[in-house]
Every structure is written in C-alpha cells, then in structure tokens.
Design a protein around this ligand. Sequence first.
Ligand code: ADP
Ligand code: MG
Length: 238
Amino acid sequence: MSYIKLHDISKKFHEEQALGRLNLLIEEGEFVALVGPSGSGKSTMLDIICGFEQSDSGYVAIAGKDVTDLTPKERDVAMVFQNYALFPHMTVAENLAFGMKIRKIAKKERQMKVAEVANLLSLSEYLNKYPKELSGGQKQRVALGRAIVREPKLFLMDEPLSNLDTSLREQMSSEIKKLQKVLSVTTLYVTHSQDEAMLMADKIVVLNKGVIHQVGTPHQIYQQPADLFVASFIGKPK
Ligand code: ADP
Ligand code: MG
C-alpha cells in the first residue's frame, strides 16, 4: 500500500484548470521532488494533500485512509514554506516548542525535544535569540525544526529554500536530505530547481499546466524523458 495516493484529483480556480485528473502514488519513507514551471499547480497539489484546499474531484488517501473529511490538523502532516512564518516575539526555543505547548506536552519533555532538535539542526547556540537576530539560513532551520518537533508522518515542503542565496541553498538542501534519511519521513518537496530535484530526490514528479508528464528516478527522468517538455525542462541550463 502506498503512503500517499492521489486519485483523479482536479481543481479549478474561477474556471481555470489548476490541476487536471492527477493520479500519483508515493511510498512510505520516499523523498519525492515535485518540479514544474511557475503556475503549473505544485502549490495547489500540496495544499490539497494537507487540506488547505479541497479538490473538485477525486480523493487523497494518506496511509490508506481517505482524508477528504479531515482538517489539516487531523492529517498528521507538517508544511514548510519559503517564508519562514516564525513568531517574531518568541525566541528560537519558544518557536520550536510552540506546537508542543499547544498540544499540552509537559514542559520537561518540551525542553528535551527542543534541545534534541536544536542539536540536530546546529541551533543549540541560538536558542535564546529572536528571529530578527538570525540569518536567513538559521531562520529556515528554525522553520524546519518546528516541523520536526511535531514528529509528523509526512513533510510537505513548498520551495523552502527559494529565499536563500545559492551557496546556502546547496548546504541546506544537503542538510534536509540527510535529515530526511535519518528521520525517514515521507517527504514531498516542491522546487523550481531541477538541480535540487536531481540531487535530493528518490523520485521526481514533473508537472506542467496541472498535468503530470513523468514520474521517475532522477536517472530515468534525465536519461529517458517521457516527452519534449520533460526533456527541455530538465535539460535547461541552471
Ligand atoms: P505553482 O505552485 O506551480 O507555481 P500554483 O499551484 O500556485 O502553481 O498555481 C496553479 C494555478 O492556479 C495558477 O494558474 C494560479 O494562478 C492558480 N491559483 C492558485 N491558487 C489560486 C487561488 N487561491 N485563487 C485563484 N487562482 C489560484
Ligand atoms: Mg508555488
């Protein structure tokens, strides 16, 4: 049984087709990169999986269960966005602990978890700092940390590194990849960078105009592009 199943998912916004009859299977523990030009429907697909948007047709199943009637909270999914959405008036430690506080996890346990995740993300020295005192990369680490402390079954990341400069992106993308392997959390990672997808993903999904053109390993996508669109999109220079 696949961990995520998208079955016949369509979505229109004001008569414009954002997604057209998508079918996709993602296996447990897989790192899947979703690539495609701007406006191809990548964010819409993530929003439908996490429950921010409802599809017009079809259904999403997570771990074998149709989640159509579940709220985003009930889906056990953590989203990471490009705008870090940290609380400016809270320290790094408080930002990391926030989700656990809401879930009424005991203080002692919260502190242990924060220390563990801070260590994992090289944030231990910054726990008492405020977001405005951090660099872009550090802020993005805190955002990731906030997702990790929730111990979700599924990570959905929507271009999480696109606000960072190139060298930081490269560093962070390899860190995210390592973390994903350590935690072995099923991850769907949206990027408009073909290079990032090729380096990070177990499987790449190529989307254009709301339609999936190809699903395959980086090797397959590169060596045997399914059509001209995939060939030119993947082959594009950086
Ligand atoms: P991507 O993330 O690949 O850039 P999106 O999923 O954001 O693409 O958008 C896909 C299409 O749906 C675009 O044409 C976009 O304008 C449209 N769209 C997305 N969200 C909305 C919305 N909330 N209201 C109206 N149109 C939207
Ligand atoms: Mg988007």
